[in-house]
Design a binder for this molecule. Structure first.
Ligand code: KG4
Ligand code: ZN
Length: 344
């Protein structure tokens, strides 16, 4: 089964061709980072217009690289939500138009399900069940994942997502958008322990998290005294350590709470090197395993959407080419296997 995946939920247009027999055949991505950089964040209207420009050429590129034709496609998966409504509509309408023209199903996929299952794109794949830590710009959540479509929310951030905290803190330090990677880079030059920041909710006894206080603590530091270059790096070092300390502690707590020994880390912040190294050490110390998607599949991409589309089609998902996008959409409610209808 050959599935095209289309991701347009935010600021990257991602397209991929995934074969249920041969795995990922080809994928391509156009990032809008440079375009939005001038504004310090994503401008939704510009994002939608750019997706419109990119999506069809990217489909052509991916099919060519995969050595396949449109006629070979068995289904088209698209990100149905959550995300920016206008941006989502580009992928949804493209997928449904293409599906209708080809007489093949167009399958709406939950963006977070894509992130959650993205480690299945490459070997060694984690076996079910596992605990998933989803850390992106919009979400920081723990799930117990018992199979495709079987997701139980264990805990989540009560305010900012970890990626959002990285982005806002980076802005306070005058770093370019997107803040996560630039803050992580600056932190490499920071001295450990030169600045002290809190570890919010680290010992709260549940699996919830909170990151907005960290950003406020950095704001207070920066207001008190405009930081020199070295002090900015020290703050970045301590900020990253604080976020990682909390994420590592809560990840171990999630493994304890579920009795599971496999942890999957997905979403943009999963690209953070310090987080990866610390989690690898902490899990192996207790005989557990941690799985990451390849770096290129940590951030938004079409491959994870094509993969979920293929799994859902194998479960019998169908479509009638009527569609709606879901800018806010709870993953646990999207978990049930899809049979038919506009949400399928
Ligand atoms: O999953 P993603 O690409 O988009 C969302 O669905 O949100 O995640 C983007 C987020 C941004 O907040 C970005 O700053 C953060 O992931 N990010 C990082 C790193 N790379 C991306 N945060 C920390 N360290 C990184 N290396
Ligand atoms: Zn994402």
């Amino acid at each position: 089964m050959l599935v095209l995946g289309i991701e347009t939920s935010c600021d990257e247009t991602g397209v991929a061709a995934y074969s249920s027999d041969h795995g990922l055949l080809a994928h391509a991505l156009h990032s809008q980072v440079a375009m939005h950089g001038a504004y310090g964040g994503v401008v939704p209207e510009l994002a939608s217009r750019d997706h419109i420009r990119r999506v069809v050429p990217l489909i052509e590129t991916v099919l060519r690289e995969a050595g396949r034709e449109l006629a070979d496609v068995d289904g088209i998966a698209y990100t149905q939500g959550p995300g920016l409504a206008g941006a989502l509509l580009v992928g949804a309408s493209t997928a449904n138009a293409l599906g209708f023209a080809l007489g093949k199903p167009a399958i709406g996929v939950h963006h977070l399900e894509g992130h959650l299952l993205s480690p299945l794109l490459t070997d060694p794949k984690p076996a079910f069940p596992f605990v998933a830590l989803l850390v992106s710009g919009g979400h920081t959540q723990f799930y117990a994942v018992r199979g495709v479509g079987d997701y139980t929310l264990l805990g989540e951030t009560l305010d900012d997502a970890a990626g959002e905290a990285f982005d806002k803190t980076a802005k306070l330090l005058g770093l370019p958008y997107p803040g996560g990677p630039s803050l992580a880079k600056l932190a490499e030059r920071g001295r450990r322990g030169a600045v002290a920041l809190p570890r919010p909710m680290k010992d709260s006894g549940d699996l919830n998290l909170s990151f907005s206080g960290l950003k406020t603590a950095v704001l207070t530091l920066v207001r008190r005294e405009p930081p020199t270059e070295q002090r900015s790096a020290d703050i970045a070092r301590e900020f990253e350590d604080a976020v990682v300390d909390v994420l590592v502690a809560k990840s171990l707590a999630a493994l304890d709470a579920t009795g599971l020994a496999r942890l999957v880390v997905a979403g943009g912040v999963g690209a953070n090197r310090t987080l990866r190294e610390r989690l690898r050490a902490a899990t192996s110390a207790r005989g557990a395993e941690v799985f990451y998607p390849e770096l290129q599949f940590c951030t938004d991409n079409g491959a994870m959407i094509a993969l979920v589309g293929a799994l859902r089609l194998q479960q019998g998902a169908a479509s009638d080419y009527t569609f709606t996008v879901l800018p806010r959409w709870d993953l646990a409610s999207a978990g049930a296997p899809i049979s038919a209808g506009p949400l399928g």
